[in-house]
Write a protein that binds this ligand. Structure first.
Ligand SMILES: [Zn+2]
Length: 133
């Protein structure tokens, strides 16, 4: 299993106390390859679209890396002990962008046609509360 932005997968190593620890090979764009314990990784899932990513911080320079991973990579990583998990939501401003994307070309054309019609616009102005004019 390979992750984008990493140079490999994980490997199980046995520490001096005889505990099996999973270490993950990652790469910092500034500092190069390094190995992190699995607990240094956080698997992230976006509640809005289900997109999965992995976050880790470089132990040398502190740069935070967030790398998108495919669902099958995410589920494999979720099976590794000690990997953290968090879910998140996009900022509300991006939700507005999504709403705007659902407006069709036909709706925009209809809106333009309506604005070109002086009678429609005049009626709309007339219908406004005098206090808002
Ligand atoms: Zn670094």
């Amino acid at each position: 299993m390979r992750f984008p932005g990493t140079d490999g997968a994980w490997e199980a190593v046995t520490d001096q106390q005889g505990h099996v620890r999973t270490r993950v090979r990652v790469a910092c764009e500034r500092c190069g390859a390094q190995q992190l314990p699995a607990r240094a990784l956080t698997l992230r899932c976006c509640e809005d679209d289900g997109a999965t990513s992995v976050r880790f911080s470089c132990t040398r320079c502190g740069l935070v890396h967030v790398t998108a991973v495919a669902p099958e990579q995410a589920s494999a990583l979720a099976g590794v002990d000690d990997v953290g998990f968090e879910s998140w939501r996009r900022p509300s401003e991006q939700a507005l962008t999504d709403a705007a994307a659902s407006i069709t070309e036909a709706e925009i054309d209809a809106w333009r046609t309506m604005l070109d019609d002086d009678e429609v616009v005049g009626d709309a102005i007339e219908s406004l509360d005098p206090g808002t004019r």
